[in-house]
Write a protein that binds this ligand. Structure first.
Ligand SMILES: [Zn+2]
Length: 132
């Protein structure tokens, strides 16, 4: 993984992608992530400086680079989730556990795991493993 992000930044990237049907402003992000406005402000500023998000007229969205990071996080998330649930871990527990590490995984390793699992189409929740 060539990028270096924190858990809060990870959660922000995921929230931006999953709510991308709506125009998202700073207060929306604070709301979704359940953080205070000044914290959201700092978070957004950091992500902006890393070229992960764009802010145009107050509307915040992922850049192409941000979307590619989202894809990697989600692929790691759903691949690892599949391994845990196959091993008998409850899918909600698996999801919570994997959220703590998915953004730290190296993409090459994830690709190998994915292949070793036979390139599955969907995660335990029925969502596609390869998003874009
Ligand atoms: Zn999950």
């Amino acid at each position: 993984m060539e990028y270096n992000i924190t858990r809060k930044e990870r959660d922000c990237i995921v929230a931006l992608y999953e709510n991308s049907g709506f125009p998202l402003r700073l207060f929306n992000i604070a709301d979704i992530l359940k953080i205070k406005a000044p914290t959201a402000y700092e978070l957004v500023k950091r992500l902006e400086s890393k070229n992960i998000i764009n802010k145009t007229n107050g509307i915040i969205s992922l850049t192409t680079y941000g979307i590619s990071i989202y894809d990697e996080i989600i692929m790691a998330h759903r691949t690892l989730e599949l391994i845990l649930t196959k091993s008998g871990v409850n899918s909600d527990t698996a999801c919570e556990q994997i959220e703590r590490i998915d953004y730290l995984m190296d993409d090459v390793s994830v690709q190998k795991l994915f292949k070793s699992l036979g390139q599955p189409q969907t995660c335990p929740h029925g969502k596609p493993i390869k998003v874009n």
